[in-house]
Design a protein around this ligand. Structure first.
Ligand SMILES: NC(=O)c1ccc[n+]([C@@H]2O[C@H](COP(=O)([O-])OP(=O)(O)OC[C@H]3O[C@@H](n4cnc5c(N)ncnc54)[C@H](OP(=O)(O)O)[C@@H]3O)[C@@H](O)[C@H]2O)c1
Length: 277
């Protein structure tokens, strides 16, 4: 399993298993993912599957220490004290005594919170406390645009190590991604397949045919070649396997340029500055 190093030296597997909307047969699906070789699982309190993922981790032969486990604090738990408490609840549900990565799921935004910046800074202070306690090996953000990250960096004692963003052909968030790279913040691509919305795109089909791969594989390799970590999700054993164990190949510079030039496609519609939650 290929890994890249976070700014604190921690190795993160470049392909993680996404679990949003995974609420049925969770234990079986996670067992399948571990069987074919995933060693990185991405969940969140709001996904309501931490307990089942914890059960799967209890029942596997794979050692906890070789699994990179991420969860996220939900929007209703922002702020210093609430975040510390939410973290403990996630640990309990996941039946583990540490996380590899803990993220702030979404920034508070000015649309809903006049004191959004203060809320985000207070939440980040809790993340720092958790990191110093040793209960989490790395801390980071999710859905923080450049200006939200800047707010955190202004006063951060410990810089975020990760920012998890929607990223796929047709939605590249170039400003935020390049800002994160420049600040040594690893970007994780959520919905790397556009939640399935890209898979029948004729332009991507044409490019993927040149490499004799599926559109899904092309999307994953595209993000990996951009230096991102990818978090594909599937409940189909064949897709679970092929999203991790595809044969190595390289997308040519010209095709990378063509993919980057695509017009917007597959956007989830969730924008951090206008979101209601
Ligand atoms: N931080 C955040 O706010 C945030 C937001 C959204 C997502 N995420 C994370 O990112 C993960 C991935 O995003 P996502 O779940 O939206 O979607 P995704 O991984 O982009 O796409 C999943 C969809 O693609 C299909 N699929 C997967 N592999 C395939 C393959 N090889 N061939 C054909 N179809 C394939 C799946 O169907 P099958 O099951 O039939 O294969 C499913 O419908 C989430 O699970 C979550 O962990 C984070």
């Amino acid at each position: 399993m290929s890994t890249i190093k976070l700014s604190n030296g921690l190795d993160i597997p470049v392909i993680g298993f996404g679990t949003w909307q995974l609420t049925e047969n969770v234990e079986t699906v996670i067992a399948e993912a571990l069987k074919v070789g995933y060693r990185h699982i991405d969940t969140a309190a709001i996904y309501k599957n931490e307990t089942e993922i914890g059960n799967a981790l209890q029942h596997t032969d794979v050692d906890r220490s070789s699994i990179f486990l991420t969860s996220k604090v939900w929007n209703t738990d922002r702020g210093y004290d609430n975040t510390l408490a939410a973290f403990e609840k996630s640990l309990e549900r996941l039946q583990t005594d540490y996380l590899d990565l803990y993220l702030i799921h979404w920034p508070a935004n000015n649309k809903n919170h006049p004191d959004a910046k203060e809320i985000n800074v207070a939440t980040w202070r809790a993340m720092q406390t958790l990191y110093k306690s040793g209960k989490v090996k790395a801390i980071g953000l999710s859905n923080f645009l450049k200006h939200h990250v800047e707010d955190i960096l202004e006063t951060a004692e410990i810089k975020p190590m990760v920012n998890q963003l929607e990223f796929h052909p047709g939605y590249l968030q170039e400003d935020t991604v390049s800002f994160c790279k420049a600040n040594n913040i690893v970007v994780q691509a959520w919905s790397p397949l556009g939640s399935g919305r890209l898979l029948d795109d004729s332009f991507l089909k044409e490019i993927s045919a040149r490499y004799n791969v599926s559109v899904a594989t092309l999307c994953l390799q595209f993000a990996l070649q951009e230096g991102l970590v990818v978090l594909p999700k599937s409940v189909n054993p064949k897709n679970i396997d092929s999203n991790l164990n595809f044969e190595k190949f390289k997308i040519s510079d010209e095709d990378m340029r063509l993919i980057k030039g695509m017009s917007e496609k597959g956007f989830s519609g969730s924008h951090p500055d206008s979101l209601e939650f």
